[in-house]
Design a binder for this molecule. Sequence first.
Ligand SMILES: [Fe+2]
Ligand SMILES: [Fe+2]
Length: 401
Amino acid sequence: MHATIDRLSIQELLNLISSALSAATLYSTSHRQVREIVPRIAETFDRLLAQQPELTFMIVKNDLLYDGKPLERTPHNERFARIFYARNIGYLRFSAGISPDEIDQLLKVAVGRERAEIFLTATPHIDYGEVDTRDDWKPIRPISRFEELSDEELQSINEFYDVIGDKGDLDIRNVSSIIAGFVSAFQQEANPLLALVPLRLEDEYTFTHSINVAILNLAQGTSLGLEEQLLHDVGIAGMLHDAGKIFIDTELINKAGQLSDEEWQQMQRHPSRGAQYLMNQEGIPQVAICTAYEHHMKYDMTGYPKVPKGWTLNLCSQMTMLSDTFDALRTRRSYKEPWDFAKISGLMLELAGTQLNPYLTMNFLKLLETLGEDVINSGISLTADAPEMSEEELSKRHVCE
Ligand SMILES: [Fe+2]
Ligand SMILES: [Fe+2]
């Protein structure tokens, strides 16, 4: 039978599934918000599948196709496409009789709690196919040490930043697969914190800092029990948090000594420039855009950009602020020496409850303790001279990177 269902009804179904995906990613598949939507999805499926026996959605990168034609790129459709594409799913076919249990399985696959193969055994009314147009598809392999990144992978991260530098279009897939490698290492109980980029690479600052913040975000996210898809997004957010720096003069970023008011104002524009840039790129998770914008808004809202009263910070932005602060203190900057672990944790504790989220800070420090000071401090013995700065000057700069 040929499709007779109108696109509005299809969109209604997709909006419901996307809302469930969003809540399942943010909380868990058993969260109340998800539980409330699942019966509504089942009812909508019943209604639509009474008109025709099957519904097939194809996923081509960020596009979702129904009946062979691309659907409009709404945030709901993009989320659906992105999440299932990341699971290497090229199409999903739903047939009449689909149960709420099967919808549960669908959500579990989406958040990474189940593998897509479950559709072959446990869901008689959901069928799927893998992405077959992806000639660059590679299986995910765990990356638990920086040295394990191949030259090709390093190259692709570098190119990724070159593209931002040229203000060109970003291809998120290379970075996405590297983040997936880190996530996979965490899942295998390897400790990818060991992959924190060795400090000798500090001259490629944006590159090394971005990887470090991504890994520290993943470490926090894992310890908080985030579902796989959100964990992945939190890693991407770490990777992209400073994308707006590319729009700021390099001289200013590397400047030793205090910034003038005007320079400081320019520096403070990097969060909004970054968010703006990412918003116009395809396939960037919403949380990464939000994090680029919010990562300098402190817990007590004394940071920047200035926002209206009552603004609430995204959890990922607050996690990124911790990773960012830690990495900035740990590494040598043009205006400061690297700090050791004791000094860093002392300062972070001091800032907990004012600039930093106190619960996340405790969690972060506990996490680092389990890793051991040696790893954290490894490489903090550089020989090049860095200008001395007073504690007061540092306090203005240290969380501003
Ligand atoms: Fe920043
Ligand atoms: Fe940063």
